[in-house]
Design a protein around this ligand. Structure first.
Ligand code: HEM
Length: 329
């Protein structure tokens, strides 16, 4: 799907805005993997309704006709109805899905898996829909934010070249039209280090809250039972005690220095750790592989700032000039 997407949305152009384009791709990919919708035909309605609902997340909470908040509520209701229709239709396919699963054939998307697991986990269809919306949101915001990787790839040619070499080695073991498989993705060790380094310097999420279950003493401070504590990857990620020369983009550090426990936490930790980590990793690696195998790119705004809305994004969506590889260098 990444290949198909790049052929239609990148290949005909010499300029693209990486953030907006990646967001579109990630949402389509999430619709396919989470909901089992076909790309590009079936993902259109859901992704459009989802995009129209999103502005309400950051709007002033005034629910009057014509306000962005009011518009988002209306679009959100339409999105839920559309997802309910999809859930209804999929339920009718459960016997077929069970057969397919027994035969061990074919990929089972997350919605189908939720339905196969049955009523034990979900009280109603609306609960399934609400879960799906939270997964779509995490993909849309989280995975796209990690695409700051491309900012560093356009700034650091030596990192780009090392990544390209890793990708070429994988490509050499395959025929030109052969798709990536799970084993190929496991080999993308340097690529993952690059993405990790981008997420270390610009974490996709600011952090979340925990509640103190007992009176705690931490670093000389008393935290009374019941207080909320905000943990954030922004603190340890730039701490020289955890990462040497923390401001330097250095993907090799993970193999060379290793990691202190709980020092690198873009996906959180403990029992609440992000359940979408592997999904996100897979989507990011496959997309990066497909982009780097086809293009070099140069930033059009040399000192473009990263802003937080609330997740990080390049201020002007990272416009780049594309240069297609003429032959495999
Ligand atoms: C690069 C992408 C992503 C990043 C950086 C990220 C990061 C995080 C973080 C920091 C948390 C809080 C963990 C904690 O409190 O310890 C979290 C929770 C969560 N994430 Fe992600 N996430 C990403 C992608 C995804 C995706 C793709 C999904 C779903 C498909 C997802 C689903 C969730 C859910 C459901 C929770 C709540 C878990 C709970 O409270 O038990 N995330 N994520």
């Amino acid at each position: 799907m990444a290949r198909e997407y790049l052929n239609s949305d990148w290949l005909p152009f010499t300029k693209v805005t990486v953030y907006a384009s990646t967001q579109k791709y990630v949402l389509s990919m999430a619709c396919k993997l989470l909901l089992g919708l076909e790309y590009p035909g079936e993902v259109g309605i859901v992704s459009e309704l989802f995009k129209r609902t999103m502005p309400g997340l950051l709007a002033v909470l005034i629910n009057l006709p014509g306000t962005p908040f009011n518009r988002s509520i209306k679009e959100g209701k339409k999105l839920k109805l559309e997802l309910l229709k999809i859930v209804e239709a999929r339920k009718k396919m459960i016997p077929k899905l069970k057969e397919r699963e027994k035969a061990g054939s074919g990929f089972v998307d997350i919605l189908s898996r939720m339905l196969l697991e049955g009523k034990a986990h979900f009280k109603s269809d609306m609960e399934i829909v609400n879960n799906l919306i939270s997964f779509l949101l995490s993909s849309y915001e989280g995975i796209t934010a990690a695409i700051t990787t491309f900012k560093y790839l356009s700034e650091l040619p030596q990192v780009y070249d090392a990544l390209y070499r890793e990708h070429r080695n994988i490509a050499k073991s395959k025929s030109p039209q052969e798709k990536l498989n799970w084993e190929d993705v496991q080999q993308m060790k340097y690529s993952w280090n690059v993405i990790c380094e981008a997420m270390r310097l610009i974490p996709p999420t600011f952090g979340t809250f925990r509640e103190a279950k007992i009176d705690l003493n931490f670093a000389g401070y008393t935290i009374p039972k019941g207080w909320k504590i905000l943990w954030s990857p922004f603190t340890s990620n730039k701490d020289p005690k955890c990462f040497q020369n923390p401001e330097t983009f250095d993907p090799e550090r993970y193999d060379r220095d290793g990691l202190l426990p709980s020092s690198y936490v873009p996906f959180g930790g403990g029992t609440q750790m992000c359940p979408g980590k592997d999904f996100a990793k897979f989507v990011m690696l496959v997309f990066t592989y497909n982009v780097v195998s086809k293009f070099r790119f140069r930033k059009r705004i040399p000192d473009e700032k990263i802003i937080y809305l609330p997740g990080p994004r390049p201020e002007k969506d990272l416009p780049v000039l594309l240069q297609q590889h003429q032959h495999h260098e």
